[in-house]
Design a protein around this ligand. Structure first.
Ligand code: CMC
Length: 421
């Protein structure tokens, strides 16, 4: 492909064009500032490729999502979360032996240092689980004598996330902690630590464990999203994996990102409490003078449909049927989707249900408290953060992430005496 030409102040410059596996085109402006003195300006990074990556491919126009080439629909149907960890972090699906090794190591490392209970005990029981998760992930590093960036850390961080998620729930509920079992996989151990009885053998509902496993797979990675970019950004300073992931948790907590799943449920609940008047909420979302947005709708990349939402919509039906539950909020969600998809405002802006729209209904059916929903997102996304962080450090083009800016503040000025300010 020929170079891209740029003219600044009448002078021409040429920049190489790079092409991805699926034909996506990028203009490599790494030399831009050095050659022209100018920088690119792209608030929100909507047009900026921050790296070349071989992990996840998204085609937002056609609703395609693949991890390392495998379609998400196939992965959700045929693999387990442990296989996804191997695929994302080390590049390939594991054979049987490696899979068993991964499962047992993750179960072994899920036994975290007892000191973390002291960290937890410092939080008020009203603390938000995501604030606790970020702080505990940072703290976890202190208990291990490793570099903070080895393969051992990779597995300790992923396993630690599982235990922290469950411990946070137990602490908030004022319940005694339940230790992980060496015989369980990641999703089963999570359920055992969340809902088990201390000292008793695990008694995990397999329907629920499989539903959780599928949710973990669907949330595992999503290329350069806000929290993955944050994890890479912090890691680029050679901060440890624990510190980088703790920052990723902070980014994920925001309502425009992973925090949306909690907000979706709260929104559906408000609609129900308010008598089920969908039009009122649709009008509010369209009203530019209001801050209200239809939570669980819209996506920076997907402009036709979010393939994860499609899978989850069916999954929500299946899980409710399996558990013999009937949730009026699912009916409201379906109706809201229908109304929004026919409304010109949403059609014109190509706003469709995203992954967070139906996941909350499933978590609710599984009796996960609403406040814990974003922690559930993190439980899956940890695999993607680790993979993105590792790929960045192994990249021959590695440099600390340090964007430029266009300064628009005051010119140089003198400090006036305090009496004149
Ligand atoms: N409800 C109402 N209007 C919306 C919504 C929404 N959910 N999303 C976007 N819009 C409007 C927005 O007001 C703007 O309108 P206009 O062009 O008239 O000013 C237009 O659509 C484009 O919106 P944007 O904010 O410029 O789009 P973005 O790509 O910067 O933001 C988004 C993407 C996901 C942050 C946004 O759609 C949103 O806030 N959605 C609700 C929160 C949500 O569900 N987040 C979860 C995202 S999926 C999980 C994840 O990856 O974390």
């Amino acid at each position: 492909m020929s170079d891209a030409k740029l003219t600044i102040n009448g002078k021409d410059y040429e920049f190489p064009v790079v092409e991805g596996t699926e034909g996506e085109v990028g203009i490599d402006v790494a030399r831009l500032r050095g050659e022209t003195g100018a920088v690119s300006l792209d608030p929100g990074y909507g047009n900026t490729g921050s790296c070349q990556s071989a992990i996840t491919y998204i085609d937002g126009e056609n609703g395609v999502l693949r991890y390392r080439g495998y379609p998400i629909e196939d992965l959700a149907e045929k693999t387990t979360f442990e296989e996804i960890i191997s695929l994302l972090v080390w590049g390939e699906l594991p054979d049987e032996e490696r899979l068993e090794e991964l499962r047992t190591t993750l179960a072994e490392y899920a036994v975290i240092d007892e000191g973390i209970k002291d960290v937890l005990s410092g939080f008020p029981r009203t603390a938000h689980p995501m604030a606790m998760l970020s702080a505990c992930m940072s703290a976890l590093e202190s208990y291990y004598d490793t570099s903070g960036s080895s393969d051992e850390d990779v597995l300790r961080v992923i396993a630690g996330m599982n235990t922290l998620a469950a411990y946070i729930y137990r602490y908030k509920q004022g319940l005694p902690y339940v230790y992980p079992s060496k015989d369980l996989n990641y999703a089963e151990n999570f359920l055992h630590m969340m809902y088990g009885t201390p000292g008793e053998d695990p008694d995990v509902n397999e329907v629920i464990a499989e539903a959780i496993d599928k949710l973990l797979i669907l949330h595992a990675d999503h290329e350069q999203n806000c929290s993955a970019s944050t994890t890479r950004m912090v890691g680029s300073a050679k901060a440890t994996l624990y510190a980088s992931v703790a920052a990723g948790v902070g980014a994920l907590s925001g309502p425009l990102h992973g925090g949306a799943n909690q907000r979706v449920l709260e929104m559906l609940q408000s609609i129900q409490d308010d008598g089920g008047d969908l039009e009122k909420y649709i009008d509010l979302a369209k009203d530019k003078s209001s801050e209200f947005r239809l939570m669980g709708f819209g996506h920076r990349v997907y402009k036709n449909f979010d393939p994860r939402a499609k899978i989850l919509k069916t999954s929500a039906d299946d899980v409710l049927a399996d558990l013999g539950k009937d949730d009026p909020l699912l009916d409201i969600a379906r109706d809201l989707e229908q109304v929004a998809l026919e409304d010109e405002f949403f059609v014109k802006r190509r706003l469709y249900p995203n992954v967070d729209f139906y996941s909350g209904i499933i978590y609710r059916a599984l009796e996960v408290p609403t406040e814990m929903f974003t922690v559930m997102f993190a439980l899956g996304r940890i695999s993607g953060w680790v993979a993105q962080w590792k790929e960045m450090l192994d990249d021959p083009a590695f440099r600390i992430h340090r964007p430029r800016q266009i300064y628009i503040g005051e010119g140089e000025r003198e400090i006036p005496p305090i009496s004149e300010r």
